[in-house]
Structure formats: C-alpha cells, structure tokens
Ligand binder design. Sequence first.
Ligand SMILES: [Zn+2]
Length: 229
Amino acid sequence: MQAGIFGAEPWSDNMRNEIEKGLGITAIDIYGLSEIIGPGVSSECACKAGLHIFEDHFIPEIIDPVTEKVLPPGEKGELVFTTITKEGIPMIRYRTRDISSLNYEKCACGRTAVRMSRLSGRSDDMLIIRGVNVFPSQIESVLLEFGETAPHYQLIVDRVGNLDSLEVWVEMTQTMFSDEVKKIEEIEQKIKAEIDFTLGLGAKVKLVEPKTIERSEGKAKRVLDKRSL
Ligand SMILES: [Zn+2]
C-alpha cells in the first residue's frame, strides 16, 4: 500500500475518502507550523486515530482560548506548544490558534506518544453564541456529511433583544432547487436537527438559491456577525 502525507491546511475525513479512492493510496495527515519547526510536529500513524506528537521535542497543552486556562485531556481548545530541543528561537507556551484536543491513551499501533485530534478550526474563527463555543467548521462538516446541498454556506449571527441568534444559509444544488417546496422544507428541517445536535443550540436554517452566496478568494467569508457588543 502506498501512502501520501498531506498537511498545511485542515482537511476532513470526507476529503480523505476522496483522495484515497481517487489515487488508490492511504492518506495520512501531518501537522506543523513554521514557528515551531515546520511540518513534523505531529503525524498520523496507520491507525488514523489522531496525530502522534513528537513529545521528545514538543510539550503540548490545550487551553481555553478565552480564559487561557489549561483544559483536561479530551477537551477541545487551543493547542499550545513548548519546544524542548529547538535552538536559537525556542518557544515557550506558543499559542498556535489551532483548535484540537489531546488523547493520552495508548494507540492501537503500539505508540504511547500523545495524540492530538485533527484540527477543527482556528481559535480566531471561534464564535461565542449564547455562551456556546461555535466553530464554522462544525457546520461545514454537518453539511459535508449530509451531502445533499452545495458546500457553500454563510452564518449570520445577530442579537435580538438580549438573545443571540444564529442563522445558517445553505446553498441548494441546481437539482434541489427544482424540487417541490415540501421536499426543500424537509431537507431544511433535517439539516437544522443535525446542526442543533452538533452545536448544542438552536439555529435557523435557510436554503437559498444556487450561486447566491458570495465566493471569496482564499479564506471564505463565512461569518456575518451583526451583533454590536
Ligand atoms: Zn498510532
């Protein structure tokens, strides 16, 4: 079996399936950042159940990006690294802005090096809606898993009275658009149920016509936050 190592951008398991099917290889996730060493801070093993961090070189921690408190193993937060062997520019508790969690259990491959979960976003992308931490990537993965809509969406956050509201606009595919209204409403309800369950808060879902959500070069402008705080 041939393997390919893919890094530099967060990618989903759906993307992994596409790559593996298309190229007939095993697709492995690697993670790194130039402030620490570049690629090679951590990598998946053949089990693909988290990325083993090279703990003989780097000490990882997960913190709450708002309170900066260290979080226990398994909890999601911002990844922080301290370098042990780096010379010249050592880093002490460097905040990566990347969101992950740590798993200290022994891996099925036999390695005991701590595993970080695949990145689920950036702390600077994090929204706090009604006290709940929300990452646009959570909504993206719901839509990718659902698979019936186009992969384009926009989040509209507002404050009505004293309560935050979240609206998710999702673009329909051309085929969906020609469906009956009843069927479209059914899909809307299904997506809403899935998003509510994933985020732990109620969102309003609206399916919009094909090609109505703005495309942007590079980092997509997914969030419109209208709250004035
Ligand atoms: Zn392993």
